[in-house]
Structures are given as structure tokens and as C-alpha cells.
Design a protein around this ligand. Structure first.
Ligand code: SF4
Length: 433
């Protein structure tokens, strides 16, 4: 029995209990959401990890992409990045390696972290020089057997959506690596995407290993001008149908979304995706809201991430300062994790069903600020080290801070209020006696 099948029978598996406890939600209600496929808890049957829930009523989660490229392939560096991401608070990591020994890289990463790990099996088929139907399924099975918890499969890129793409007027065409490899396969062979054509076989493998499917957004826009076109919507309609099939087969499935989207189109885009996929957990890559800020794309994506999260997106894929420029360093991974966690939390503060729980953290910080309680402010900060470093960098020790010093508004106002309270007490005593 898979997790979703247990939940359909009304059983509350230990992973669901653990997620309910961590998130402060009712286990029975969460079980019902898992049964309906509105929440996924990615965890391979072989792995013993911290369970993470993604979807309705849960806090917005953050993924970090790591992995080698053809030019830069150092397993130790990628493992270090995975650990940096986990320690900085990422909920999951994806190993997108395409250079060096992919098996070694993946196995080391799986050992190094206690959070769900995702992969993209088509990369391994391509790297192995076996971009064939057999090669694609071999890569999927190999990774599932290693213990990978979720995989991106670009099942929405098929002959049907390919036709829509040919008729579109995109500037950037296709920017998804998995999407472009699938197009390459279909154009070279004239055949259907194997993961789409043999989706039932894919589901059997996923079911056997309790592998969560992330139905990839292979036709995601690569610039804001390309957002919201027909090829993208065609892909989503097909992904919605495949979500239904996965749920019927007892396989957990989420859906990936764009990409690059102008701020005013994000809410419509998120709501449409949620609608056509029957509320499947939505995993967004960005969305980046402007194309002109290379070096700052962790920020452009965080802006889009807040709007998307408020509109219903469940899972944000972090972007780092290296996006569009270079393979990220571990410093970029750290920065991307923190900035995306800020976006996810800001979205949660405004998200129905989540905001009351999310706001407790901010309330505690507000009380610590009011009390000029610096140790508590550091403890509550999303990145305590940077808060501490900035506070102490001038070597000046004051109980306020050097922003306003003696003119500290918080202290002046508190003293004024205390003075007024004393006056009131004095007057009462004079009246009484
Ligand atoms: S000195 Fe100014 S900035 Fe610093 S804590 Fe007081 S009010 Fe805030």
C-alpha cells in the first residue's frame, strides 16, 4: 500500500502524523488531503528522512537545485551545497547533475541529507548517451532504486504540445533542459515522449518505490514576454489529466509551473494551474518578474514567489544570484535559500489557512524589538549570523542601535508611556488620600 492508498482507506500513516505535528494541523484533516492528492509527502520507500508535506493548508516549502554541469563536476562540492541548503532551512534539494559520475553524485547526496531529494532522470539518459525509451525508463528505475524521493518527468511535452509550440511566437522558445531534451527525442525519432506514451509503466515504477512525481513544466516561459501562451496552457491541461491518473494509481503527484511571469499575470496563472490540476500541489520555478536583473535573480524570483505563494503556490524552487550566469557556488546556494525562505514566509503571512500559524513568529520578533531584547531578536532572525554581524560591526555597544541612538523611537515612546502611567498613578493616589 502506498501513502495515498493508506490515506484513502482512512489510515493516518506515521509520515502524515509527523507532518501534522510539525505544521500544527489536524492529522485526520491532513490524511483526507493526502487521500485527495491535495498534499504530497515525498519519501522513497527506502529512505528514512524528515517527512515534509507540500500542499493545501501547509506552509510554503522551498527547494534548492544543486548538481554538476559538464564543465564543473565535483561531487564533494555538490554534497557540500546540499548540506548548506539543508542547514539554511531548505525543505528539499534536487540533484540536477549532468557532469561527472551521476550515480556517485546522487548516492553521496542521498546519504548526506535528511530531507527529500529529487532528480530529473532524463538527464542521466542523455549523459549516458541513451536518449531512448529504454534509456529513459532505465534511468528512472535506477534513481528510484537508489532512494530518490521525487522525480521531475516532462510528460506535458508531447507531440500535442509540440504542435502548439511550433505555432507560437515565443522570443525564447524552450528553456527547460528536460523539455528541450524531450523535444530533441521527439524530433529525431518522430515518436511520442516515452514518459507520456507509457505513463502507466511510469506509474508502476513510481508506485513500487513510493516515488512522488513532479510533472515538469517543460514548456515554461523563459522571459516575461513568453508568459501565459497557449503552449503553456496546453501543457497544463495535459498535466491535469495525468495528475488524475497518478492519483487513481495510488501515486503522489505535484505539478511544476513557470518560470518568468510579469507580476500582474501571476495570480491568474497560479489559479488556472490549480484549477486544471484539481488542486495538485504546485511547485514553481520562480516566477521571475523581470528579465533585466542578472546577479539579482534570487530577488526577482522572491518577488514573484510572494505573489505566487499568496495566490496558492505551495512549493518554491529557489533561484540564486548565479541564475542565468554560472553554476551556483555554496555561497549562492546559501543566499538563494535564505531569500526564498523569506519569500515563502511572506506568502504564508497572507495565505488563507496558514497565516494565523505563520504570524506567531513575527509576533515574537515584534515583542523582542519592542523590548530592545537583542539576544531574542538574533535567535528569531531568519539568518541570526548576519543580524549579529551587522549589529556589532561598528564595535559600538548601545542598548538601542546606532540607527537613531539616543533618539531611539521605541525607547522614547516607551519612556513617554511609562511617564504617563506614573502620572496617572500619582493622580489616583492624590485623589484617594
Ligand atoms: S535606535 Fe532606531 S532603529 Fe534602532 S531600535 Fe531604536 S528605533 Fe529601532
Amino acid at each position: 500500500m502506498t501513502l495515498i492508498e493508506d490515506a484513502k482507506k482512512g489510515k493516518t500513516p506515521p509520515e502524515v502524523e509527523a507532518v501534522a505535528r510539525k505544521e500544527g494541523v489536524d492529522p485526520a484533516a491532513l490524511t483526507r488531503l493526502v487521500a485527495r492528492g491535495r498534499v504530497v509527502i515525498p519519501r522513497n520507500a527506502r529512505r528514512d528522512i524528515r517527512p515534509t508535506g507540500i500542499g493545501e493548508t501547509l506552509t510554503t516549502k522551498v527547494n534548492l537545485n544543486i548538481g554538476s554541469s559538464r564543465g564543473v563536476a565535483d561531487p564533494a562540492a555538490e554534497v557540500e551545497k546540499a548540506v548548506v541548503a539543508m542547514e539554511a532551512g531548505a525543505d528539499t534539494v534536487m540533484d540536477l547533475s549532468t557532469g561527472g559520475d551521476l550515480d556517485e553524485m546522487r548516492r553521496k547526496i542521498l546519504k548526506a541529507v535528511e530531507i527529500p531529494v529529487g532528480t530529473v532522470p532524463i538527464y542521466q539518459a542523455e549523459v549516458a548517451g541513451d536518449l531512448t525509451s529504454q534509456g529513459l525508463f532505465d534511468a528512472l528505475e535506477r534513481q528510484a532504486k537508489d532512494g530518490v524521493d521525487f522525480v521531475t518527468v516532462h510528460v506535458g511535452v508531447n507531440l500535442n504540445s509540440f504542435e502548439r509550440l511550433k505555432r507560437s511566437h515565443r522570443i525564447m522558445g524552450v528553456v527547460s533542459r528536460g523539455g528541450s531534451l524531450t523535444l530533441k527525442y521527439m524530433s529525431e525519432t518522430g515518436e511520442e515522449n516515452p514518459y507520456y506514451a507509457e505513463f502507466d509503466h511510469l506509474l508502476e515504477i513510481a508506485r513500487e518505490h513510493e516515488l512522488t512525481l513532479s510533472l515538469g513544466d517543460g514548456l515554461r516561459p523563459g522571459c516575461i514576454e513568453d508568459a501565459s501562451d497557449r503552449a503553456k496552457y496546453m501543457e497544463f491541461i495535459m498535466l491535469g489529466e495525468l495528475v488524475d491518473r497518478a492519483r487513481r494509481a495510488g501515486v503522489q503527484a505535484m505539478v511544476e509551473g513557470p518560470g518568468h511571469v510579469p507580476a500582474d499575470e501571476i495570480e491568474t496563472s497560479v489559479k488556472a494551474m490549480k484549477y486544471v490540476t484539481d488542486g495538485a500541489p504546485l511547485y514553481l520555478l520562480g516566477p521571475i518578474v523581470t528579465d533585466v536583473a542578472p546577479g539579482y535573480d534570487h530577488i526577482t524570483a522572491a518577488i514573484g514567489g510572494v505573489i505566487a505563494g499568496m495566490s496558492g503556490a505551495d512549493f518554491l524552487c529557489a533561484t540564486t544570484p548565479s541564475e542565468h550566469l554560472d553554476l551556483p557556488t555554496k555561497e549562492d546556494i546559501f543566499e538563494g535559500t535564505i531569500v526564498t525562505r523569506i519569500a515563502a514566509h511572506a506568502a504564508d503571512l497572507a495565505k488563507a489557512g496558514v497565516k494565523d500559524r505563520a504570524r506567531l513568529w513575527d509576533r515574537k520578533m515584534a515583542a523582542a524589538r519592542r523590548d530592545l531584547d537583542w539576544p531574542s531578536q538574533f535567535d528569531l532572525a531568519i539568518n541570526p549570523a548576519i543580524a549579529r554581524e551587522i549589529r556589532h560591526r561598528r564595535g559600538v555597544e548601545v542598548d538601542t542601535c546606532t540607527m537613531c541612538n539616543e533618539l531611539c523611537a521605541i525607547r522614547l515612546a516607551r519612556e513617554a508611556m511609562e511617564r504617563e502611567a506614573e502620572k496617572a498613578t500619582r493622580k489616583t493616589k492624590e485623589r484617594e488620600g
